[in-house]
Design a protein around this ligand. Sequence first.
Ligand code: AMP
Length: 528
Amino acid sequence: SILDHAARTYPDAEVISHDTSGERRSNYAQTAARARRLASSLTRLGIGYGGMVGSLAWNTHRLLELFYAAPGIGAVLHTANPRLSVEQIAYCINQAGYRHLFVDPESLELAEQVAPLLSTVTEFVILADRDAMPATRLAGTICYEDLIDAGDAGFAWPVFDERTASTLCFTSGTTGNPKGVLYSHRGTLLSALATSGGNAWAVSQYDSILAIAPFFHCNGWAMPFFAPMVGAKLVLPGRAMDNPHLHRLIIEEAVTASAAVPTILLGLVEHCRASGQTLGRLDRVICGGSPPPPALVAALRSEFGVRLIHAWGMTETTHGGSFSPTPADATVEQVVAAARHQGWEVYGNALRVVDEDGKELPPDGTSPGHLQARGHWVAARYFRDAAPAPTNADGWMETGDVAIFSPDRSFRITDRAKDVIKSGGEWISSIEIEHALIGLPGLRDAAVIGVAHQRWMERPLLLVVPSDDGALTEDDVRRRLAASIPKWWLPDEILFVDALPRTPTGKLRKDVLRREYRDRFQPPAAGG
Ligand code: AMP
């Protein structure tokens, strides 16, 4: 219904897409027609109600079409995250267990590495033009454009229950394997309506949205849904996330709104400063995943006229569950003050903090508690029950975040109860790093914590307690880690200490460590 509405009401609103073969300019009328063709071809491939397909792809017009074609026939689209490790990607796809994986040329090499580990995928649909089909070692490839060409433009969308599953995203927030969160048509549509509104994205047909945040993260932060819903121009950058590329799109496509993690925005600001350029018509950016540094918020407003709207959310809340909006004429001080907290809950995603006994805490500006979410698009359980349900009997879901509510009902995340580090928008499991060190000769104890970092928001710091013989060296530790964890997980610093703080029952006090080392990678922030 979203795409039909867009094709009827805003047929000429543009969809701009970039990938390895260059730029493609189309609109919602064409997107809707191609989605119908694709849907009819999927049906002929035997995919239908209750079925599933997957994608390993970045934001392009083809992925957008897939977001409608598969769910539109009652099948689920699993958007696999190409930033996970090969093993994790294979785990997610195998758990979902489908036959068709849609791969863009940029992710082809990765798909070739993942393929031998896959137990159900037999067909790889390459998201490319026929004459641009890349050479590949993958067996069973299909050209995406052949599916479009062979499809029926008059295909009639089937009608089914709105609680039918539509998309699937995995979160790798904690230890162990990634956990799947299955979204429904109902939750997706309601959450897109709620977050398109004035207190969140405030989007309309006069906006041009640059979708920097990838569609495989949190249902694309709802952009694939509310952009056509309101008839906004949609600019899809593909995989390339370099500053000149993003900047060019912002200027050339007269982008007014975007969404990104702080690290990307820091890069853009640096790029503009170094090259003496503006951010054109950019009016606001939704920034989430990690709290943005106040200096970034101030620079965007004072130097480029852009309002940063701080948002909080998680895979389990579908996407943004809170926003910190400011008026269009907000001063630098107003925007900075608003972005110091994670904002206010949006309708449909209630938020509260509770103490250790589950009792709700007052919004007094001083009582930190466990943040919980409840609402129409909050996950009640994980896909195939692969992990314990995060939700209690009353429907409140544990977010794993620690927060304080102020008397004005805005809230601020103060800590994380889950033992993970978020670096440049992606998760690093501190426990997996610690596990990689188990049994290392000369090591008595080890702990990894996330420490604030100017560029990546957080980076890992490793604290090592050596045995008394003093034989362990930093090189030993680094060699062991390099052999067992991804390179970008390697701790920025390894510190040798005499002991680690523990509770009387032997539990590691990471909160104590996080406080002690909070300024290790950057000077203390002015004003806290
Ligand atoms: P994910 O499911 O990968 O999107 O991760 C969700 C988690 O990221 C949240 O539970 C928080 O721990 C963290 N997070 C997301 N947005 C923010 C934010 N604005 N400030 C602080 N932490 C955030």
